[in-house]
Structures are given as C-alpha cells and as structure tokens.
Design a protein around this ligand. Structure first.
Ligand SMILES: O=c1cc[nH]c(=O)[nH]1
Length: 401
C-alpha cells in the first residue's frame, strides 16, 4: 500500500536523516534514508532540520490589534493594575476593526511562524457576554486543517465582580469553549473560595480543564496557587489545571519556591509563562527540576496590555532562554521544549511529536540544530499541518474553510 506522502531527507535534531511517510494526516513511518517507501506524493526536504509544530499555549485572539491601526500603549497610573488595563482594553476595543478580522490577522501571523496548536483565552463576562466567544468560534471553524485551537472561557472582568459571569461561563462551555478560566481570585474578585467554587464548579459540571490567569505577586500569589493546587487534588484533576503568568513564583524566596514547586508537581498543575518584560516570572529550571510542567505563549500581541509580540514561538523560546540566563545547549533545548513538548503536555494534546502515530504537524528550520535555532530564530520556514503545507516563508498557503 502506498502512503499519501513521503517527505524525503528530513534532518532530526541530533543530525540523523530520515524519510517521513504520512497517511491520513499522521506519521505512518519514519525510515532510514536507505529505505524509500512508496507514496502518492514525494516532497524532498533537502536535509533541512525538521521539528514538531510549535505549541502556542496562551494567546488572546479576541483582543489583539495586530494588522489594525497602531494603538499607543497607555501605562497604568500607579504600577501594574489589572483593573486599569481592563479599562484601557475596553476603550481600545470600542474603536478597533471587527474582531474576526483582527483574529484572522493574528492567526496568519502565528501559523506563518510554525504554530500548529494553540490555546486562546477569549473574554466571557458581564461586559461582553458570549459575543466575543461566538466570533472566535466562527474564526476557529474557518481555520480547521490549518491549526488546532483550544478556547478558554476567560472572565477578564472577574467572576464575582461582573454580574452574570458564573452563568455565562457555564453557557460558554455549552457553546464550544474547551476550558474554563479565572482571574486573580484574591486581588480582583476579593474572595478566593467563591471564585474557585465557580471555576471548578463549571469544570466539574462539564468535565473540562481549567486555566487561571494569576498576576498576584509574592505570598498572596503563592497562597492562591496553593489553593488552586489543593482543589485540583481534591477533585482528582491532576494534569488538567494550569496557572497562567503566576508572577508570584518569581517573587518569593527559594525555600518558599521549593515548597510550592513540590505542591505543583504533586497536583499536576502546569505553569504558563511568557517571560514578560521587566516583571518577575516563574523560574523555569527550578520548576522543571521539581517536576512541574512549564509551558509558554505569546500572550498579548499589540493589544492594550503591551505592544510587543510577533506570534513566533521560536522567538518566544529565545526570550524564555534569554531572561532565564540559559546559555548552554542543554538549556537552549529546554527553552525549545517549553514551546513544543511541554506545551503539548500542558494542553493534553493527542498525537503530538515527531513519532509514528503522531499528527504530521512539523516545521522546517534553516539551522544546524535546536540550540542554534533558539538563538538564531531562522526565517524561511515551511509549516506542515497533518502532512499538508499550510505556510511558507511566513505566508499562509493552506486554504481556510
Ligand atoms: O489580556 C490579558 C493579558 C494578561 N492578563 C490579563 O488578564 N489579560
């Protein structure tokens, strides 16, 4: 039987050359270059480095202005203040291009750079109801076959502070959101227990995973993480809960961190960091050494939170490595792992990786090996989703639905 496609001369990290045979969108065989399985289509990769598709683990498809008019950043009046940032966001959104246009722009950017799997937070709260989610669900549908997208129902205006939000989060899952989110249970909603009752209540009712935004610093943030971990264990949700940002983990003593890292590892709570600007952020190596899954995302791209971000998870790996002081090859490989394999574990992706049986989602990179790719961020990539070319040199070539 002939395979659908044979990709000849793929160079894996480490230098070995292989042919990759694809059938029904999955890797059906990986052979040595001495064998050449029969296939209906042949693509010669010419000995280029091949890596699995990038995992964008945290982005906001609804609130970016990428491709729209430039919106100058407004700083908070008194340090970082989530309430103020949310207010700036509402002002900007009122005058921006339609959400579906902006979301498509952002998706093109991400797919063009090699992201094949994504988790996006989408606002669901009393301020916007289910409108943003309805739009992003439509955009997700158009992109089937180009990228797999998980959507988190995200209460950006709080749960207890924003009337109607508990019910909306429940409805959002019914509508097609895959996970339920939360936001600073202590500093924003002022009641950790009640906030988590709603989040884990919706998760339990629908059997969905949880991904909570947590900006709170120091011991307050650490305490909230302990509460989230305790709930996770009590409900048997190990491996199905993530805390995004968790700035507090970068702001506590090493002794405190060690204790909380053990708690996170025991409860299988993953940590998402984008290694943001000048803020403290979770120490990647210490957490990983304790057994915690650390994953990453671009988070905000040209929106009301900050003007940075380019949708490139390889450049995000550079940022993670740079801010973490990673220099040796082993550490640069860790930065790469955070945006690939660890992301896949946090998102519980089925069929991820360059192995037989996995989805044929991969990216070609003009680099000798992964450490060089992380520091060099080579362009001129080809992106394959389920064995089909979807982007080349940053441009989408696959067809939207
Ligand atoms: O959009 C964003 C980004 C970071 N934190 C939030 O609460 N929202």
């Amino acid at each position: 039987m002939a395979f659908d496609t044979i990709f000849l001369n793929a160079r894996f990290d480490g230098g070995a050359r292989h042919h990759i045979a694809v059938a029904d969108g999955r890797i059906a065989a990986i052979t040595s270059v001495d064998e050449r399985p029969a296939a209906n289509e042949t693509i010669d990769l010419g000995n280029v480095l091949v890596v699995p598709g990038f995992v964008e683990g945290h982005i906001h498809l609804d609130t970016s202005f990428y491709g729209d008019a430039w919106r100058p950043h407004k700083p908070c009046t008194n340090g970082f203040d989530v309430h103020e940032r949310v207010a700036f966001q509402a002002q900007n959104m009122a005058v921006s291009a339609p959400m579906d246009v902006r979301a498509r722009n952002q998706l093109d950017l991400c797919i063009g750079h090699g992201t094949t799997q994504m988790r996006s937070h989408v606002m669901v709260d009393g301020s916007v109801g289910l409108k943003s989610l309805e739009t992003i669900l439509r955009v997700r549908e158009e992109h089937r076959g180009l990228i797999d997208i998980q959507l988190v129902a995200f209460p950006q205006s709080g749960i207890l502070m924003s009337p109607g939000t508990p019910q909306l989060l429940d409805e959002a899952i019914g509508l097609g959101a895959d996970l339920v989110g939360g936001l600073d249970p202590a500093s924003f909603d002022r009641d950790i227990e009640k906030h988590l009752d709603v989040v884990f209540g919706v998760a339990g009712k629908h059997g969905v995973d949880v991904d909570i935004h947590l900006h709170d610093m120091g011991t307050l943030g650490a305490f909230e993480i302990e509460q989230i971990a305790a709930r996770t264990r009590a409900l048997g949700m190990e491996g199905r809960v993530a805390v995004s940002h968790a700035y507090g983990l970068g702001d506590i003593s090493m002794d405190q961190l060690k204790k909380i890292a053990d708690t996170l590892a025991r409860s299988g709570v993953a940590i998402m960091t984008n290694a943001p600007g000048a803020r403290p952020f979770p120490p990647i190596l210490a957490l990983r050494n304790a057994g915690v899954t650390v994953f990453s995302g671009n988070d905000n791209i040209r929106d009301s939170w900050w003007p940075y971000g380019d949708g490139d998870m390889l450049r995000r790996a550079t940022t993670l490595g740079y801010r973490s002081g990673f220099n040796i090859d082993e550490e640069l490989r860790i930065a790469f792992d955070v945006v690939t394999v660890s992301g896949a574990r946090a998102l519980r992706l089925e069929g991820y990786g360059l192995c037989v049986g996995a989805k044929a989602d991969f990216v070609t990179l003009n680099a000798e090996h992964i450490p060089e790719a992380v520091v060099g961020v080579p362009q001129g990539r080809s992106v394959y989703k389920e064995g089909k070319l979807v982007a080349c040199d940053g441009k989408i070539v696959g067809k939207r639905g």
